[in-house]
Design a protein around this ligand. Structure first.
Ligand SMILES: [Zn+2]
Ligand SMILES: [Zn+2]
Length: 89
C-alpha cells in the first residue's frame, strides 16, 4: 500500500510540474482574487488537497449566503465550496 501512495504522490508532482501556471481562482479575505500562481485551479494556500498525503484540513467555504454574508460551512472540496454552494452540473 505504501508503494501505491508513493507513486500517486510522484505522479501528481510530475503532473504539476508539466502543467501551465494560472492565477489562483480563489479570493483572499478582502475578496480580491488571489495572486498566487498555480498549476491547478487553486494555489497551495487555497487548495486543501495540495498536500493531500497527510491530513486534509477543512477550510471555510468561500461561498456567500443569500444575505451576502460569508458561508460558515467547512469544506474539504478543492473548489473551497461546501455542499450547499457546490453547483452540480
Ligand atoms: Zn490562492
Ligand atoms: Zn457554503
Amino acid at each position: 500500500m505504501k508503494k501505491i501512495t508513493m507513486s500517486v504522490a510522484a505522479l501528481s508532482i510530475a503532473v504539476m510540474s508539466y502543467g501551465q501556471t494560472t492565477q489562483c481562482k480563489s479570493l483572499t479575505k478582502d475578496s480580491v482574487q488571489c495572486k498566487n500562481k498555480t498549476t491547478q485551479v487553486l494555489c497551495y494556500l487555497h487548495n486543501p488537497n495540495y498536500n493531500s498525503n497527510s491530513n486534509i484540513k477543512a477550510t471555510i467555504c468561500i461561498g456567500t449566503t443569500k444575505k451576502g454574508r460569508k458561508c460558515k460551512n467547512k469544506t474539504k472540496n478543492v473548489n473551497n465550496l461546501c455542499h450547499l454552494h457546490t453547483k452540480k452540473d
